[in-house]
Ligand binder design. Structure first.
Ligand SMILES: Nc1ncnc2c1ncn2[C@@H]1O[C@H](COP(=O)(O)OP(=O)(O)OP(=O)(O)O)[C@@H](O)[C@H]1O
Length: 253
């Protein structure tokens, strides 16, 4: 059996003594694309931040590539795209510079970028469809293009695991399609993905499993559930009953 890429065991996390995650367990194996779904404030970001060691665990364990998180040192194997900062970050850097910063963990700060670094940056820019904007200041890009820049930065590090917090939230359709294409290519290289999402959109066919967080606990781990909004679609034939186990506002804000 292959070693899981991520293993979370009975994790609890709180902020200032207030519990946010309770007894959460999750395993992600190589090649999977696991979507973390749930209502606003349910603890989705906290879960992925706990996986990455950005918030401390109260109780429980996290293992990355078979190594307990506190002993894990190979962070270059993981690419992380945090939730969007929003417009006006004021960074004057060009798209290429931001993407190239994703190589730092690979090459070390003191060594100048070599051919492999430049090739990885160019490939990442192509993957997200921004090769023609490489020389433009990031601030001149749309929100969706800025988000793609951050995804390209993560891809440039040639990670084995990508962790993305709401990569498509508020992103235009073209950027969502570009991202889905980049993700598809990444999976072709044997990559593994853990992402938080509200709307799956074009990502939906790529998702192998959904984990639904509800009030700090995992209430579903399996097939991707139908979005609540689906019931309102004109072609939706409303024949199935709503079970009591269906968490309210699963996909709604
Ligand atoms: N740094 C923090 N300090 C204190 N409380 C926090 C912090 N980060 C998040 N919280 C709280 O923890 C709870 C879970 O937040 P989290 O961001 O994990 O939820 P989420 O499911 O990702 O929500 P969203 O969909 O809105 O991003 C919320 O009540 C939030 O206010």
């Amino acid at each position: 059996m292959t070693t899981p890429v991520i293993q979370v065991g009975h994790a609890s996390v709180g902020y200032d003594g207030r519990p946010v995650l309770r007894d959460v367990s999750l395993t992600v194996t190589a090649g999977e694309v696991v979507a973390v779904l749930g209502a606003n404030g349910s603890g989705k970001s906290t879960l992925i931040r706990a996986v990455l060691g950005l918030v401390p665990l109260g109780t429980g364990t996290v293992t990355l590539f078979g190594v307990p998180q506190r002993r894990f040192r190979q962070w270059h194997r993981i690419g992380y795209v945090p939730q969007r900062l929003g417009a006006g970050s004021g960074v004057p850097a060009t798209v290429r510079e931001v993407v190239a910063s994703g190589r730092l963990a690979r090459r070390g700060v003191l060594r100048p970028p070599g051919r492999a670094d430049r090739a990885a940056v160019a490939a990442a820019l192509r993957a997200v469809g921004l090769a023609d904007r490489a020389g433009d200041p990031v601030a001149t890009l749309s929100g969706g293009q800025q988000q793609r820049t951050l995804i390209a930065r993560a891809l440039a590090g040639e990670p084995e695991l990508l962790v993305l917090d709401e990569p498509t939230a508020g992103v235009d359709a073209a950027s969502q399609e570009a991202f889905a294409g980049a993700l598809h290519d990444f999976l072709g290289t044997g990559g593994t993905v853990l992402l938080v999402a509200h709307e799956l959109g074009p990502l939906r066919p790529l998702i192998s499993r959904a984990v639904v967080v509800h009030q700090g606990g995992v209430c579903h781990d399996g097939a991707v559930p139908e979005p609540a909004g689906h019931h309102a679609e004109p072609d939706h034939d409303h024949v199935h009953p709503h079970g009591p186990e269906e968490p309210a506002g699963l996909w709604s804000s």
